[in-house]
Design a binder for this molecule. Structure first.
Ligand code: UDP
Ligand code: MG
Length: 344
């Protein structure tokens, strides 16, 4: 089959020009921990990336064939309106290990990844972007790192070629995501990542949560690490994320916070907020009562009086919300939700 692919590519002459793009391996190949009978699935979400696909497929083909592993490449066409799907079909006709799943409309990168994860058959799953910013040459080292005992290896674009604003806002996000999840990574949102099958089958991605998969994986007990990867400027087309990425990214960070840290103990969050608010309100009203009793001050013309009462009410409400949440989680979560790795 592999020889066949080579022939087909040769015959059709795909990507002869791209040979010059091939870069040196950083680690000697014979030292890499690559297991021959493992299957590697490469999942690539794409939205209007027609210009990049030939070049990308050729580089992938070259790297994956050299690794001598079984492989499949899944392009997930996230509702492209250009010829991306036709391109993918042509590539599939030349090499049947390259597949494409077409989504009915543009659902977003997270959903595209989720579809890819669901359909991937590999033992190790690599995700990468379709726009040639990620380098397929990194795949052998990512796979090797997974085989050395990690469940997820996240790429770190140490030198990155993105617009100024994106580079800096992403530092802010990485800082908060590290803080919240308790795992220190420099680049949560790198498109290039490697996963063991178990990880992608258990972590749910939706909304814009793809940014936080390493955080979710870590919080579910998987072993996560990072590896410096090469990054390139976008060669064709434009970025598919506008300014809304910052807001959505922020909301999804909150989702991560709620659905991981506090989902099983809502009273810790709402109870703490409630108590703080209640004590501030009580402090204010005690102060005002002292002023009234000992200094005969009027309370009715003091806005602070209302503020104090508001804090007390908010505090009680937040506390009750926590209690209700606690009751709900008690009835939903049982010991069965505890993930067991192995039973001997
Ligand atoms: N993408 C997608 N659906 C979307 C937006 C993006 O599948 O709604 C793909 C896109 O085609 C690319 C990857 O996700 O392969 C990363 O997108 P992009 O390069 O625009 O993001 P950036 O590099 O600017 O973070
Ligand atoms: Mg990109």
């Amino acid at each position: 089959m592999q020889a066949n692919n080579k022939q087909t590519y040769r015959r059709r002459g795909i990507g002869k020009r791209q040979n010059k793009n091939v870069q040196e391996q950083k680690q000697p190949k014979d030292k890499l921990n690559i297991i021959q009978n493992q299957t590697i699935s490469v999942v690539i979400p794409m939205f209007n990336e027609e210009e990049s696909l030939d070049e990308l497929s050729y580089s992938l083909y070259k790297v994956l064939n050299e690794m001598k592993s079984n492989y499949e490449v899944l392009f997930i066409d996230d509702g492209s309106t250009d010829n991306s799907y036709q391109k993918a079909k042509e590539i599939n006709a030349k090499n049947s290990r390259f597949h494409c799943i077409k989504l009915r409309k543009n659902y977003g990168k997270s959903s595209a990844l989720a579809v890819g994860f669901k359909n991937a058959k590999g033992d190790i799953i690599i995700t990468m972007d379709a726009d040639l910013q990620d380098d397929p040459e990194e795949i052998p080292e990512l796979v090797s790192k997974i085989n050395s005992g990690y469940d997820l290896v996240s790429g770190w674009k140490k030198v990155r070629y993105d617009p100024f604003i994106k580079k800096h806002t992403s530092k802010f996000f990485n800082f908060f995501a590290s803080l919240i999840s308790g795992i220190k990574l420099h680049d949560f949102n790198c498109g290039l990542k490697a996963y063991k099958k178990d990880v992608i089958k258990s972590v749910k991605v939706y909304g814009e949560l793809h940014r936080y998969i390493p955080a979710l994986a870590h919080l579910s007990g998987f072993k996560v690490t990072e590896k410096v990867v090469k990054h390139k400027p976008r060669k064709y087309g434009v970025t598919k994320f506008g300014a809304s990425r910052f807001f959505k990214g922020f909301f999804d960070l909150l989702t991560v916070l709620f659905t991981t840290r506090f989902i099983k103990r809502p009273l810790h969050l709402f109870g703490t907020l409630g108590l703080i608010s209640f004590f501030i309100g009580t402090g204010i009203t005690i102060y005002l009562s002292v002023m009234k009793i000992f200094y005969n001050e009027y309370l009715t013309n003091r806005p602070l009086f209302l503020v104090g009462i508001m804090f007390i009410i908010l505090g009680v409400q937040s506390f009750s919300l926590g209690l209700i949440g606690e009751m709900i989680t008690r009835s939903y979560y049982t010991e069965e939700d505890i993930l067991i790795e192995e039973i001997l």
